[in-house]
Design a protein around this ligand. Structure first.
Ligand SMILES: O=C(O)CCC(=O)C(=O)O
Ligand SMILES: [Fe+2]
Length: 343
């Protein structure tokens, strides 16, 4: 965000009475009915309640069918989750001056704070969100560029992202076992570059007109999301939107494009979005597990054969990422680019 844009921060608008024209989405992309499929929701996996074989089957099936699942009893302490959410909310609750003065000081501009999407000037309609993002690993290297305010941000988030790396490794190992890949398949390179994105959606005077985040698929291997106990996340399945019921101290896990490519389409990167509400603000923190720039992403040899030819091309993660951004994450355009039929 450029200095002159500071006052656009949606969380710092005083007395918002209506949705400005530039935030109104075209009718076919609006949330539609705001109460979605109450009886359907994504699977919940209890990491303590079952034996390992059942857990593996459960998460593979959930990722095949929905591309999404929630985990409970995952081993990350409730206190750490509460502290992390507390500090994320505190960050977004600061004055615009405090937040924007925390804007990237790092030379690569990899730690950023912005409003709506990073394509603010070219997007079709703005979204009702402010966002803070930064790399997490090696955290000793990046921490100096994370917000210095709130003062406990670096300490709490440093601990939190280390725990999430371990949880990510554990989930990916289980997926490998379920898929018949070697348990070290997602070894360091493919999980080397985790990035945190802290979303904040203030209350919106008319949630039917706008979105917190438009329909998208994450460009990650997997994403581990911490959300407040407030509805807002929805998953697109079989042509309809399913709400993800927030459970206390659960994580929401979803596959991204990279998982879809590596599993040759067996596991899906599901499309999802965030809607707003008129009464309370909602904060969520997505921990995206990304490969390092130079990692090659391609369908795993063990998952292709004469009956299952590769559906996706092989490419460096860096090239995937550049093209994903250039296509603004547009699903059809990205699919075409990664498809093995691409010329
Ligand atoms: O806020 C949410 O629930 C969704 C966040 C999300 O999809 C993202 O950051 O990619
Ligand atoms: Fe997402």
């Amino acid at each position: 965000m450029e200095a002159g844009d500071d006052r656009k921060l949606v969380s710092n608008w005083p007395n918002v009475q209506f949705v400005p024209e530039s935030y109104v989405h075209p009718p076919e992309k609006r949330p539609g009915k705001l109460v979605v499929q109450p009886c359907k929701t994504i699977p919940v996996v209890d990491f303590e309640g079952h034996d390992q074989t059942q857990i593996i089957q459960h998460i593979v099936k959930a990722t095949e069918e929905f591309g999404f699942f929630q985990i409970i009893n995952h081993g990350v302490s409730k206190k750490l989750m509460d502290d992390a959410m507390g500090v994320f909310k505190e960050f977004h609750g600061m004055s615009w001056k405090d937040k924007t003065s925390q804007r990237s000081k790092d030379p690569n501009k990899s730690c950023r704070f912005y409003t709506s999407s990073e394509k603010y000037t070219t997007e079709e309609a703005h979204v009702w969100r402010d966002a803070l993002t930064h790399p997490c690993h090696p955290f000793e290297e990046y921490m100096q560029f994370w917000p210095a305010k709130p003062t406990r941000y670096r300490k709490v988030v440093g601990e939190y992202v280390q725990e999430l790396r371990k949880l990510g490794d554990q989930i990916l190992e289980l997926l490998c076992q379920g898929l018949g890949l070697s348990t070290s398949y997602f070894s360091r390179g493919l999980v080397e570059n985790p990035v945190l994105l802290v979303n904040h959606y203030p209350p919106c005077p008319d949630p039917s007109l706008t979105l917190g985040l438009v329909k998208h698929r994450d460009p990650s291997l997997i994403t581990i999301l911490l959300q407040e106990e407030i509805n807002g996340l929805q998953v697109f399945k079989d042509g309809e939107w399913i709400g993800v019921d927030p459970l206390p101290h659960a994580f929401v896990v979803n596959g991204g494009y990279v998982l879809q490519m590596i599993t040759n389409g067996k596991l899906k990167g599901a499309e999802h979005r965030a809607v707003t509400n008129s009464s309370v603000s909602r904060t969520s923190a997505a921990f995206f597990i990304y490969p390092s720039k130079d990692s090659i992403i391609e369908p795993a040899q063990a998952l292709i054969n004469a009956c299952n030819p590769p559906q996706y091309r092989s490419m460096k993660f860096e090239d995937f990422q550049k093209n994903f951004l250039a296509r603004s994450g547009n699903a059809e355009a990205v699919m075409q680019f990664i498809s093995s039929m691409h010329d």
